[in-house]
Design a protein around this ligand. Structure first.
Ligand SMILES: [Zn+2]
Ligand SMILES: [Zn+2]
Length: 393
């Protein structure tokens, strides 16, 4: 009995080791891994909230507003949900919500990342708090305008804003070389409603940051204006034109998009939306294959289906079966212990050999019977058909 148990246990250990060695095939289809979660923002009414989220292995980013009851909306719909509000940065790692309405208090934002296969990872939700204990931020009535300049030219950026009664507007200006408000840094000594950007080759982004300042109570949080580019260039500015996009889709192995026939600008760029058909079934030994056809542009792709995880699950199944066997044997051992040792009766040699012996005996008996039958039939045949009944004794 003990030997059998230890044999089964070592088998179990071997199976465990083998199961651990089999690589997890799904690892190759890894979804984006979030490296920065968006944080909650506590802001004044009419203030600006910035959210930053980042993920490795992400080819597409989308921000959503989540209502307290759970419905979610594309952030660009914020102006329909809360008139006067606007959003910037959809599709990038930084989301800016401007002119926060008191009604958005308690709403949340989440960021959804997709990898090249369309596998999605969703960030934690960050809560927007519109803090009623803070004074409202200044209401911006006119934001600065972008500019495209030759060297020697100047532009004046100006912002118009009103602070609530009893408060004054405090002006600050920020700049960044990337179109990302999270990277904007304070420009020293720029503290009026107007700012003249210095001449600098290329494009620099600017925004104003305004606060409501009172004599005693706390200062409001910032109301930022959206970032606007100021470009100094020796090239003439490309005149504004209305895009005319091609009817047919352009595509590569990841995206499809429309191209403006006039300027080459890209629009409606999105990852393919595949309908999959399995063409070769994956087994536990062989890779399979599936063909995806984009329902939007018709792009076709073929993807390997990794060796099926059934190898793993069958290993687990075997493990479970062995565990059940071990439990059954332990129960049987307990049963025989109670039956033979506790009651004082002992089996012939040991429980196991006793079992084997009893099985042998019964087998011996049954073979004896069958040989008897054979003999009987033999003798019956000798005696003739009428004696069949007696012969089969
Ligand atoms: Zn165009
Ligand atoms: Zn497509």
């Amino acid at each position: 009995m003990k030997r059998t148990v230890s044999l089964v246990l070592s088998l179990v250990l071997i199976v465990c080791a083998l199961t651990a060695i089999v690589p997890d095939a799904r690892a190759e289809l890894r979804a984006p891994t979030i490296t920065k979660e968006p944080g909650g923002e506590n802001r004044s009414e009419l203030g600006t909230a910035l959210f930053v989220a980042r993920a490795d292995n992400a080819s597409e980013i989308a921000w959503y507003l989540v209502a307290p009851r759970g419905a979610s909306y594309d952030v660009n719909e914020v102006g329909d949900l809360f008139p006067g509000m606007s959003a910037a940065g959809q599709g990038t790692e930084t989301l800016a919500l401007y002119a926060l309405a008191s009604g958005i208090n308690g709403w949340q934002v989440e960021c959804r990342f997709k990898d090249l296969n369309g596998e999605e990872t969703v960030s934690q939700r960050a809560t927007i708090t519109v803090d009623a204990s803070l004074p409202a931020a200044p209401a911006i009535t006119q934001a600065p305008q972008k500019a495209y300049l030759n060297f020697g030219e100047k532009t004046t950026l100006s912002v118009y804003a009103e602070a609530p009664a009893g408060y004054a507007v405090k002006y600050e200006w920020f700049s960044t070389e990337t179109n990302n408000p999270a990277n904007a840094t304070l420009i020293p000594d720029a503290t009026t409603a107007e700012f003249v950007p210095p001449e600098k080759d290329g494009t620099v982004y600017y925004c104003a940051g305004l606060k409501s300042v009172g004599s005693e109570s706390p200062v409001s949080s910032y109301a930022f204006t959206p970032l606007i580019p100021v470009t100094y260039s020796t090239e003439p500015e490309v005149p504004e034109h209305v895009h005319t996009y091609s009817e047919t889709w352009d595509k590569d192995d990841i995206y499809h998009w429309h191209v403006c026939t006039g300027c080459g600008e890209i629009a409606d760029r999105a990852t393919h939306s595949y309908d999959w058909t399995e063409t070769v079934k994956a087994t536990s030994r062989k890779q399979g294959e599936r063909v995806g056809v984009c329902s939007v542009c018709g792009y076709q792709t073929t993807q390997i289906i990794p060796v099926q995880a059934s190898q793993r699950s069958s290993g687990k199944g075997l493990l479970v079966a062995l565990l059940v066997l071990v439990i059954a044997m332990l129960l049987a051992g307990a049963y025989y212990y109670v039956r033979y040792y506790r009651t004082g009766t002992k089996p012939d040699i040991s429980t196991l050999s006793g079992l084997l012996n009893s099985r042998k005996t019964s087998r011996g008996r049954s073979s004896g019977r069958s040989s008897g039958q054979a003999r009987g039939r033999h003798s019956g045949a000798n005696r003739g058909d009428d004696d069949d009944d007696g012969g089969s004794l």
